[in-house]
Write a protein that binds this ligand. Structure first.
Ligand SMILES: Nc1ncnc2c1ncn2[C@@H]1O[C@H](COP(=O)(O)OP(=O)(O)OP(=O)(O)O)[C@@H](O)[C@H]1O
Ligand SMILES: [Mg+2]
Length: 487
């Protein structure tokens, strides 16, 4: 990262154990980023910390390194993890685990992920063998605790990544119920690029004398990120999107609803652009495969709902497109933050119709970013110059059909919610359509948790209108969009 200047102390000077310093160097990480240098003295000393750093600024290691350093050499008792990292989505859990598991092994620590949509039996077995660091989404962890497979009574270090999101309406009850089970004398760390909202409530209730580390002002734009507002005639929007998607280079396009993601993915396939579709209505295996294909470069375009907006890091994403506007300025920043990470350059484009310009500009002002506004059409020079847009081949590509998921409900103990009175089904997160559970869409979650561990707001059918998938039900600033009934 460009801002990680040589004047910053080294990891060793900051007090990180030699084994961790070497393990970092083996991964090509030798100089701390500013948020890491700022937090490490306090976090290593065991203090509670609130950490805010821009998207892509290295917060995962800012909380992960002190956690591993302070636990090094200890061994957790069966079912009793010593540290817990709570995250909002399954994909983010996997990513945090990837970032920390190998580093943890270098100091004798074993990390494990527990998230919905994966075998609960395997998670129970792993916990029985002993897990030092647990990375979890709140719903699945709550389930495991209720089954007696896990206890938080030995947790000494707790991290909430994307802490402001974890305080959103849908997550708060589950998160605070979990925090209530953790001994109050342990260390707590809250991190996000946007620490506001109800974070204060968590701070007052669960943190002791916390230090705040914020390496840039709340609304400071990422310097290496360019923002553009493209005003497009509605009639041309599909074609403009197809040209942008036809560019070379890794692109993420954000769409508000699951249906919208699937529809755009199919439309692009018809004109010759192979894109991966990621949203909370897909099976976990499909979600994992799609993200892996994107990471490995098998597809250059990812079409996603906001399930991919928080925390997800994929190298070399050079363009983020808001096909549908973000729900608010915070979501704008998190979506945008999938590009221009760790000092790289990146471009963010928002496509709007004429009547959407004012709201979009207001949102950007609140996000603290300045966007260049241009009117664009198909084949437009500005569009080509800024995004590298090019006409797709027009030769349809096949969209791989998603394999039908195995019905797991009949296997005893296979992650079913066995509550008295047969209270599974829609109350416990099972997706229903027209009153019937859709085959294969069974969800092993908790009340209030969606397929990806993200919260639900209201049971389907009672919301009085369509709503966002993957996110709590919030109205975009200044507009009342049509939202898909979710999950
Ligand atoms: N000290 C470092 N030196 C080099 N690369 C680093 C360093 N710290 C982190 N990185 C890399 O920077 C990238 C972004 O880090 P990370 O995902 O932790 O960002 P973040 O601040 O959590 O972003 P977000 O707000 O989007 O969650 C990762 O690829 C990570 O490996
Ligand atoms: Mg992060």
């Amino acid at each position: 990262m460009t801002s990680a200047s040589s004047t910053l102390p080294s990891f060793a000077e900051l007090g990180l154990p030699e084994k961790l310093v070497s393990a970092l160097e083996r991964r090509g990480i030798s100089t701390p980023f500013p948020i890491q240098a700022a937090c490490l003295p306090d976090t290593l000393a065991g203090r509670d910390v609130l950490g805010r750093g821009q998207t892509g600024s290295g917060k995962t290691l800012a909380f992960g390194l002190p956690l591993l350093a302070r636990l090094a050499g200890r061994s957790a008792a069966p079912k009793r993890p010593a540290a817990l990292i709570l995250v909002p989505t399954r994909e983010l859990a996997a990513q945090v685990q990837d970032a920390l598991a190998a580093l943890g092994r270098s100091v004798g620590l074993h990390a494990k992920t527990v998230v919905g949509g994966m075998s609960m039996t395997k998670q129970i077995q792993a916990l029985r063998r002993g897990v030092d660091l647990l990375v979890a989404t709140p719903g699945r962890l709550t389930d495991l605790i209720e089954r007696g497979a896990c206890s938080l009574e030995d947790v000494q270090i707790t991290v909430l990544d994307e802490a402001d999101h974890m305080c959103d309406l849908g997550f708060m009850p589950a998160v605070s119920a979990l925090l209530d089970q953790i001994p109050s004398n342990g260390q707590r760390m809250l991190f996000s690029a946007t620490l506001d909202g109800d974070v204060d409530k968590l701070v007052r209730r669960y943190l002791h004398d916390p230090v705040t580390h914020s390496v840039s002002p709340a609304a400071a734009p990422v310097e290496t990120m360019d923002h553009h507002l493209f005003v497009v005639d509605r009639a041309q929007k599909h074609d403009v999107i197809a040209e942008v998607a036809g560019r070379e280079g890794r692109t993420i396009m954000f769409v508000r609803t699951k249906h919208g993601v699937d529809a755009l993915t199919k439309r692009l396939a018809r004109v010759g652009v192979r894109a991966g579709a990621l949203h909370g209505g897909k099976t976990q295996s499909a979600r994992t495969r799609t993200l892996a294909d994107f990471r490995e470069g098998k597809v250059a375009v990812l079409i996603a709902t906001d399930v991919a907006a928080r925390g997800i890091h994929v190298d070399d994403v050079t363009l983020v497109v808001h096909v549908d506007p973000a729900a608010d300025h915070k979501d704008y920043l998190h979506r945008a933050g999938r590009t221009a990470r760790a000092g790289e350059r990146g471009t963010v484009a928002t496509l709007v119709a004429h009547n959407e310009v004012r709201n979009a500009e207001r949102m950007m002002r609140r996000a603290g970013v300045r966007a260049l506004r241009s009117r664009v059409t198909v084949g437009d020079d500005t569009l080509i110059r800024i995004t590298g847009a090019q006409a797709p081949s027009g030769i349809p590509v096949e969209v791989e059909p998603e394999p039908r998921p195995q019905r797991r409900g009949h296997r005893p103990g296979a992650g079913r919610d066995r509550r008295p009175g047969g209270q599974r089904g829609e109350r416990y997160g099972e997706r229903r359509e027209g009153g019937r559970a859709r085959f294969g869409e069974r969800h092993e979650g908790r009340p209030g948790e969606g397929h990806d561990g993200t919260p639900r707001q209201r049971p389907e059918g009672r919301s009085g209108g369509p709503r966002h998938d993957d996110r709590p039900n919030r109205r975009p600033e200044g507009r009342r969009p049509r939202r898909e009934t979710a999950q």
